[in-house]
Ligand binder design. Sequence first.
Ligand SMILES: C[S@@+](CC[C@H](N)C(=O)[O-])C[C@H]1O[C@@H](n2cnc3c(N)ncnc32)[C@H](O)[C@@H]1O
Ligand code: FES
Length: 451
Amino acid sequence: MEPFRFHLFVCTQQKPEGLPSCPASGSLAMLNALDREIQARGLDRDVQLTTCGCMGLCDEGPVIVVYPTGTWYRHVQPSDVSEIVSAHLRDGRPVDRLIWNDAAAMKAMAVEHREKFRAAMAARDKAGTLPDHLDQMIRGYMPSRCILTALELDIFTAVGEGADAEQIGTRVHADARAVGMLLNVLVALGLLSKSGNVYSNMPESARFFDQSSKDNHRNGLLHIANIWHRWSTLTDAVCRGTRIPIDRDNTPEWTHDFISAMQRNAKERAPYLVKALGTMGVRRILDLGGGSGSYSIAYAKASSEVQCDILDLPEVVPLTGEYVSKAGVSAQVSIRTGDMLQDDFGCGYDLIMLNAICHMFSEEQNRDIFRRAHSALAPNGRLVVQDFILNPNKTEPQHAALFSLNMLVATDAGASYCELDYTLWMNAAGFTDVSRINLPGPSDLIVGRVK
Ligand SMILES: C[S@@+](CC[C@H](N)C(=O)[O-])C[C@H]1O[C@@H](n2cnc3c(N)ncnc32)[C@H](O)[C@@H]1O
Ligand code: FES
């Protein structure tokens, strides 16, 4: 049975550099072109496109197999895509010049490839060679570090419409030879292209990393570059059990990048939270550690009856003010400076929000915040925690487990917690009906109600 008229399998198996593979022969660009062309011709409902692993014909790549006919295409380039889509997928006439139908030769090649692969794996195993996936995991920081340095130096903006290493080096006030080495790696990583001596941004780099683009994420991403320095202290932090202070902590630039990164995330997630909790019965909101104010802004926009109070640290409050005023909701959102670990929360709130807050604090601090939040809520009021929530044995999801270490290197006693932790703390603080609401994306809600 085949639910689609055609089902295409495109090999995208990555192999170590130097080995023949479909991606090394251009299968990823071809796949993109194929996807675009299928959509452009309105064939989406008739054609299913699936990526797949190695089919053993790596020297003949990029390889596509089309079912239900079992037609094998080889050496397919983006320039062949239009013909395949119009002739084969629209008109049902396979493209003969690209077909490989020598079944005996194909089988021989695939079997030989499989045997060679198994023999190579066995030889490596016998020799005690470090497996590739472990080697890659260990070196994983290298590409990341290159991109972070490029963002720090604002290389992508300096590349602009195209420039050579000397021009880019001058623009970013760095050594031309070293900049050239970095640019070459960015080409290898697929973020730039190079023609002669001239480097150009690839479309995604131009869109997301060049400061002149409206979708530029550079400021928010610089936060990742900033926390790199904290991650460098991980070994000491694990030994000592808490963060190791570093010089770069909490400078005005650090705070600006941090809140910018928080805003990038919160702006996207705020509509999910408002939809999940609703506006019914919500008039007064306290947004503890509101940061960019994105959640209060979203609530203010969702209901003209809502009034929000944001509480945040003195160095953040001016930035919060800018975001709130830019959103045009200053009449509904007031901002106050304070320390949520010490200051009075006030009273009579219908909703208290702790978005991306609890992971900064210890169990005792969170229990104390929950107790004081309970007193600050009106009857029937709700406390909502939004965070990365670990499974009960605290090993998954991976991003939440990693984030726990991010808190180890960044805070005195923070961590990622699991649903049971939050439930116990909320119950101990007097909340009832504690439940979890899963949101799209990496963080979820835990909500408790005051009787
Ligand atoms: C991870 S950010 C989350 C910001 C915002 N809630 C969001 O989800 O985008 C943590 C926020 O809590 C604030 N914060 C940290 N410690 C605080 C404290 N003791 N009192 C008040 N705010 C605090 C930080 O300044 C920052 O704005
Ligand atoms: S990598 Fe595509 S067939 Fe082997």
